[in-house]
Design a protein around this ligand. Structure first.
Ligand code: UDP
Ligand code: MG
Length: 328
């Protein structure tokens, strides 16, 4: 069944026509952007794992504007297996937004977020669920090893988590991705937060509740390549930092005091030199100082701009995403 959705409704929790649907215990939410090669294998592996549990579940794909056959494959899977559902975005809205839409639509008592590229092995879901049954409300999967990633990605990721740890007030665990299990209570809180620039792994820590970690080995992508090129990674890091920290803004104050202090010393030295020798060094030093200060000021204007742009996005309050159709 294909259901048309008005995108403007997406600011609230969408109502799915689930009168004919059985309640489910687990929802697997998988964001998908151009994963046609992986999807059939992903489906097989997830279904094998979930079937072994013997409890009702749904597999909910979020098609984030894929330009390949991904959505057609979802339709085929949906036709042959009623446990498969899909949300089709009107265009690419990004990984974090796709996850958010999945949470909006998921019906399970526990929701598991899982990348569709098979980097996060679906078998780990069993461990996540075990912890959930023991009472944990957020079970995040922590990477003990990452295979098949470039040195650059590993280095930048390590640096990213360490910076985040230092400058944010919440404790975002190192080396976790979005692969995690969220209890219904947590999901119900998360879907009320409609901020535009979303760092889901931060938000799911920010909400509190009983959090536990499970460690696992991250594999290579099954097929295709990363959908996070450098520019998207930079955007993502900036979103994460601005969502949870004002430290970059406050740096301007510290820098201002530091430079004012230094220039005061400079003035004193200049006066002394002038009195003792009657002359001080010429224009070059002045020029360098002016350029240096100009640079610092531009950097901080840029930082203010990053925050300001985000405030502007929030004020406009556009819907987070626009749904083209739902395979319910
Ligand atoms: N993805 C998405 N929208 C995007 C980029 C990625 O839905 O704009 C999906 C992608 O299909 C994958 C997951 O998000 O299932 C993680 O992306 P990717 O594997 O490219 O990121 P990486 O693992 O390299 O950080
Ligand atoms: Mg990946």
């Amino acid at each position: 069944m294909v259901e048309q959705k008005n995108g403007l409704q997406t600011a609230r929790k969408p109502v799915r026509s689930n009168s004919t649907q059985q309640p489910v215990t687990f929802s697997i939410v998988a964001p998908v952007f151009n994963e046609e090669e992986t999807l059939p294998h992903f489906y097989e592996r997830v279904i094998a794992v979930m079937d072994s549990l013997g409890e009702p579940f749904e597999l909910l794909f979020v098609n984030d504007g894929s330009r390949d056959a991904s959505f057609r494959i979802m339709q085929e899977l949906h036709d042959k297996d009623p446990r498969v559902h899909a949300i089709n975005f009107s265009r690419n809205f990004g990984h974090q937004i796709a996850i958010s839409a999945g949470l909006d639509y998921a019906r399970g008592q526990a929701v598991i977020i899982l990348d569709a590229d098979l980097q996060d092995p679906p078998e780990v879901i069993l461990t996540l669920i075990e912890r959930w049954k023991e009472g944990a409300e957020v079970v995040y999967a922590q990477r003990s090893r990452r295979e098949g990633e470039t040195r650059f990605k590993l280095l930048t990721a390590a640096a990213f988590y360490r910076v985040i740890e230092r400058i944010t007030s919440i404790n975002i665990p190192r080396d976790t991705g979005d692969f995690r299990l969220l209890d219904r209570r947590v999901v119900d809180v998360l879907i009320t937060m409609r901020e535009q620039h979303r760092f889901m792994r931060g938000l799911s820590v920010w909400v509190g509740f009983r959090q536990e970690a499970v460690s696992y080995e991250r594999h290579e992508r099954f097929a295709g390549e990363t959908k996070y090129p450098l520019n998207k990674m930079i955007r993502f890091s900036l979103d994460a930092i601005t969502s949870f920290s004002h430290v970059p803004l406050q740096l301007a104050t510290s820098f201002g005091f530091l430079l004012a202090g230094l220039s005061l010393i400079g003035i004193v030295i200049a006066i002394i030199l002038r009195l003792l020798t009657g002359a001080i060094a010429g224009q070059a030093s002045t020029l360098i100082l002016v350029l240096f200060l100009g640079g610092i000021q531009l950097i901080f204007l840029g930082i203010i701009g990053e925050y300001l742009g985000r405030i502007y996005d929030e004020v406009r309050a556009r819907p987070l995403y626009i749904v083209h159709e739902v395979l319910d």
